[in-house]
Design a protein around this ligand. Structure first.
Ligand SMILES: *Cc1c(COP(=O)(O)O)cnc(C)c1O
Length: 397
């Protein structure tokens, strides 16, 4: 008989519901214990640095004029390119770019170091009626006739980073065909350059790049684009037509996030990662150690490895692997105050539980304590994973 997994989170609306219950938990921890007992290890900071003077300027049209000009300078330093554009999210930048440069029935070709692609790329392609093809290896990579845009992902949602030689080769092939190259460098603009010593996407020959201003830097959720002036102008106009552009408060926080950025946290995470991995291996005496995989700035538990781990515990695993990730993430949050992406993510984001040790909140967390917290959560997760009612209550309380 074919065994069908139970799905607790069935669709995007359930994901939104799960996110809302996480926010309730976060609020109750904040009220009962305080901010110190919450540890945001998502690597997404939602940072908002602003002085009183900045905030006063924000109330008038003078401020935005100043912040936008500052962003132009700082954005070009960070990403290169001739012109900068601030958008509401990286996803908004991806949508605006595809709406501007791709026509119906033409091809979008996407090279990424590992599947899956960020859902905003596939959804935008579908919206405009383009043909979408993605590759994760150079042997299969090809560019069909009638291709209007080539996208390269510099670093995936799970922080798998592209090889720089492959990056250059894809750009070469696009250039031979005179097709614009757009790089989704949401986290890559920092991960690739700081930890892997790679060049900025624009310096590698890309025409356009977008990065997320809250990934591995202390800025707001938002997207920063840069590239050829002519293309940016086109995309900017489209972004304004659909309300995809960043608003002045975000632009102010982007400016201050970029000013304060130095990459030290990212570099320091390497040492912490080694310490955490040793602790996790010692504590688990073998078994649980297999669940963790390294990322550039921390460790992660993927859907597949969590599911395999449950099998090795001989647990009846009829809950889908995505739900398992959501449940473990909820346990981490509810019992230990640790915020990871699956607990708070937007629909369609990666279910991988990533502990990003470059996160701001990691500064107040000993690796010994973190390892204990992870183990405790894992044990409470094992206790409820086969109890449908308790699991449902945890996700949607
Ligand atoms: C995070 C991410 C995005 C989207 O960022 P949002 O701020 O959620 O819009 C797009 N692509 C990749 C590779 C990402 O990691």
């Amino acid at each position: 008989m074919l065994k069908v997994d139970i799905m607790l989170i069935k669709n995007s609306q359930d994901e939104v519901k799960k996110r809302e219950s996480s926010f309730k938990i976060i609020k109750s921890i904040l009220n009962e214990k305080g901010r110190r007992d919450l540890y945001d290890l998502t690597g997404l900071s939602g940072g908002f640095i602003a002085s009183e003077n900045d905030l006063n300027l924000l109330e008038t049209y003078v401020g935005p004029a100043i912040f936008e000009e500052e962003l132009e300078t700082l954005g070009k330093e960070h990403l290169g390119g001739e012109k900068v554009l601030a958008v509401n999210r990286t996803s908004s930048g991806i949508l605006a770019t595809i709406l501007s440069l791709v026509c119906e029935n033409s091809y979008i070709i996407h090279y990424l170091p590992e599947f899956p692609a960020h859902p905003s790329i596939t959804r935008s392609a579908k919206l405009i009626g383009a043909n979408y093809i993605e590759f994760d290896n150079l042997d299969d990579f090809h560019i069909p006739e009638n291709t209007s845009l080539i996208i390269i992902t510099g670093s995936t949602m799970d922080h798998k980073v592209i090889d720089e030689d492959i990056f250059k080769e894809v750009i070469n092939r696009a250039k031979m065909r005179k097709i614009p190259v757009f790089v989704d460098d949401a986290s890559g603009a920092r991960l690739r350059t700081i930890l892997f010593n790679q060049k900025k996407a624009i310096d590698l020959g890309a025409d356009l790049v977008v990065t997320s201003t809250d990934k591995l830097m202390f800025g707001p959720r938002g997207g920063l684009m840069a590239g050829k002036k002519e293309l940016i102008n086109k995309i900017k106009s489209k972004a304004h037509q659909f309300g995809l552009e960043a608003q002045p408060p975000s632009i102010l926080a982007m400016v201050n996030g970029l000013k304060s950025f130095n990459g030290e946290n990212i570099k320091n995470s390497i040492e912490k990662k080694q310490e955490l991995i040793n602790l996790l291996n010692n504590k688990s005496s073998g078994t649980l150690g297999n669940v963790f995989e390294e990322t550039p700035t921390g460790v992660m538990i993927s859907e597949e490895s969590l599911k395999n781990e449950l099998k090795s515990h001989r647990l009846l695993d009829n809950i889908s692997s995505k739900d398992c990730c959501f449940l473990l993430a909820m346990n981490l949050l509810k019992n230990e105050g640790i915020i990871t992406i699956p607990a708070v993510s937007m629909p369609g984001a990666s279910p991988t539980i990533r502990f990003d040790l470059s996160s701001h909140d990691c500064e107040k967390l000993k690796m010994e304590t973190l390892a204990d917290k992870i183990f405790n959560s894992f044990n409470s997760f094992l206790e409820i994973v086969n109890d449908y009612d308790k699991s449902e209550e945890l996700l949607f309380s």
